[in-house]
Design a protein around this ligand. Structure first.
Ligand code: NI
Length: 139
């Protein structure tokens, strides 16, 4: 089913419009409509998170696998959360450092707690979380 496209006019202060075009180009967009649509979608994903809908996310960990018991603790947390973990990918960066991404799905609060549990383990040098969407509520 093809979605109907509607047009609408936008009024902006000149400086703001210049900033808009500058940022749009910097991000690699060549089309204002596509840029605005993606900005709105970003806000819709934020709303999904605020409303506590089922969402997906990516947990990134950088850690030293020589840290005592760290790998066991990470595996233990992952085995206790199989309902929320879709996939894990592990990359050995060098002799001691590992990068691990875990793709998670569930309620926002649960996923953020899981990130906190993993990211706060001793030996984790860096962690980050990318909130995303199941895509069900977006076109
Ligand atoms: Ni490794």
């Amino acid at each position: 089913m093809k979605e109907e496209i509607v047009r609408f006019g936008v009024s902006l202060p000149r400086k703001l419009k210049e900033d808009f075009d500058r940022i749009m180009k910097k991000k690699g967009y060549r089309n204002r409509s596509k840029f605005i649509a993606d900005l709105v979608r970003k806000l819709l994903v934020e709303e999904e998170w605020e409303k506590g809908k089922e969402v997906v996310g990516v947990i990134l960990l950088i850690y030293n696998h020589h840290q005592r018991e760290l790998v066991e603790k990470i595996l233990d947390i992952q085995h206790h959360n199989t309902k929320n973990i879709l996939s894990t990918q592990h990359i050995h960066l060098d002799r001691e450092n590992c990068l691990e991404i875990t793709i998670v799905r569930g309620k926002p609060g649960k996923l953020q707690k899981l990130w906190g549990e993993l990211g706060s383990l001793k030996g984790v040098k860096f962690s980050n979380f990318l909130p995303a969407t199941t895509g069900k509520h977006l076109i």
